[in-house]
Design a protein around this ligand. Structure first.
Ligand SMILES: [Zn+2]
Length: 462
């Protein structure tokens, strides 16, 4: 494999508290040197890439992605999903187990590993199911899932309702040193809700999904972490109460963590009432960098690309998620990339499946709401996409340590671009962000020293 020298970039490696201009040398798929003198150590035939004006950081990790493979390959495949990840700047993804069949046995884990080795553009790590067929009734064989190489267990898309069963899952997970990731949803409270329970669901005549339906299970998980000592990770947090509970639990030193997705800290339930309602109220000046200048794209009321689970919540909830990210309560950023076929979403709001794609927009949205809005430094933002998820999952990733796998992301935090429906690597187009003027974009994604994706390196070419 050819060696590669990235020159003139701003190297950010939060795990090593590094944020300074430096060159980065990759040899044989590993990080060989970082620093001003990295070039001196390069072999004579080294390939050079000028990354002046760009950020060079550990290959980003998205620990919450639905690749839909096996079984739902009309929505996405390992090839298309990982291609979208690479374009978004992600060198590693963790795929969720709600496939067909569900990832509840060693055989399915092996199948995904094999396909990912052949077709994957980036590293694919597998999350196993907590219960058989994600049915919430009987535990999956957690020990054999661990031996097969899963990095976590979750019933994502579903939530184990029986506290006793969840307790036993936690006890096994602790024994096998796996984090338990939970999609927090109390079925008896949420019933058949399709959007946030508040002003807008009443105005629109849609059934409500109350914030308490999430908070109830976050509280349950905190209690189970305390009882069992297992590492409990609450997925895609959307509600202010969840952040409050998590903050208090972390203060007490409990092994709990949380993640947030850009749609929950960018949009609100007003978006379900259409673009006009959104831009005139909750959407006002949300992108701090260009308040008033954002050409608000238009969409109709009841647009099913704004139907997610958990749902888009109130402006107060959105603010609480942003605060949780800023003060470190929420350590991890991710997309919950959830592709669906066009025909599935082209139905009444009530009947459409929950979920949106996100791999190609999450970095830009996170940059806008966290970095450009001055809530987080670039280094703290990068940490939530690298060292923090790697630590939770026990991966030897997320740093630029000498000798580490050369997973490297190069991005331009400032470049402005518009997300275009025709310009995606995903098989699906269920994103609410088409036509949005975004700021910040991946320029190159390097996986194990190999260029998984290279974008327009205009800034670097200058
Ligand atoms: Zn989920």
């Amino acid at each position: 494999m050819k060696s590669l020298l990235l020159t003139g970039g701003r190297v950010i490696d939060p795990a090593n508290r590094l944020d300074s201009p430096a060159d980065l040398l990759i040899v044989d798929g590993k990080i060989a040197a970082v620093g001003k003198d990295a070039g001196a150590k390069a072999p004579t035939d080294v390939e050079r890439m000028n990354v002046q004006g760009l950020v060079v950081c550990p290959g980003l990790i998205d620990l919450h992605v639905h690749l839909r493979d096996p079984g739902q390959t009309a929505k996405e495949t390992i090839a298309t999903g990982t291609a979208a990840a690479a374009r978004g700047g992600f060198a590693s993804v963790v795929c969720m187990p709600n496939t067909s069949p569900a990832v509840d046995s060693a055989g399915t884990v092996a199948l995904i590993h094999e396909r990912a080795a052949k077709q994957g553009a980036v590293n694919v790590f597998v999350a196993g199911a907590i219960t058989k067929n994600i049915g919430g009734e009987e535990l999956a064989s957690i020990g054999s899932l661990k031996r097969a190489g899963v990095v976590a267990i979750t019933d994502d898309g579903h939530c184990v309702q029986s506290h006793e069963l969840m307790r036993r899952a936690c006890e096994y997970a602790r024994m096998f040193d796996l984090p338990v990731m939970d999609h927090c949803q109390d079925y008896s409270l949420v019933t058949d809700g399709v959007m946030h329970e508040g002003y807008w669901n009443t105005a629109l005549g849609l059934r409500g999904w109350p914030a308490a339906g999430e908070e109830m299970i976050v509280a349950r998980n905190i209690l189970l972490a305390e009882l069992t000592g297992a590492r409990l990770h609450c997925q895609h947090l959307s509600a202010a109460g969840s952040v409050r509970l998590l903050r208090e639990a972390k203060k007490r030193g409990l092994p709990v963590s949380g993640e947030a997705c850009p749609h929950h800290f960018t949009l609100t339930d007003a978006a379900v009432a259409g673009s006009e309602k959104f831009w005139s109220a909750d959407g006002k000046g949300i992108f701090g960098f260009a308040a008033g200048a954002v050409p608000g794209p238009a969409w109709p009321a009841y647009d099913t690309n704004f139907k997610t689970n958990p749902p888009l919540r109130s402006a107060g909830d959105r603010e609480a998620i942003l605060e949780g990210l800023a003060d470190g309560t929420i350590e991890i950023l991710c997309s919950d990339h959830a592709p669906h076929c066009g025909y599935e979403k082209e139905v009444e709001f009530d009947y459409a499946p929950f979920g949106i794609t996100g791999l190609e927009t999450e970095l830009a949205l996170a940059l806008a709401q966290l970095y450009h809005a001055k809530r987080l430094s670039l280094s703290d933002l990068v940490a939530k996409y690298s060292v923090a998820p790697a630590r939770l999952l026990g991966l030897a990733k997320g740093t630029l340590n000498i000798g580490a796998d050369a997973d490297v992301t190069v991005f331009d935090p400032d470049c402005e671009w518009t997300f275009d429906k025709g310009d995606t690597a995903s098989k699906s187009t269920n994103s609410p962000f088409y036509g949005w003027r975004l700021r910040g974009r991946a320029v190159a994604t390097i996986v194990g020293g190999r260029k998984a994706w290279i974008g327009q390196v205009e800034a670097a070419a200058a």
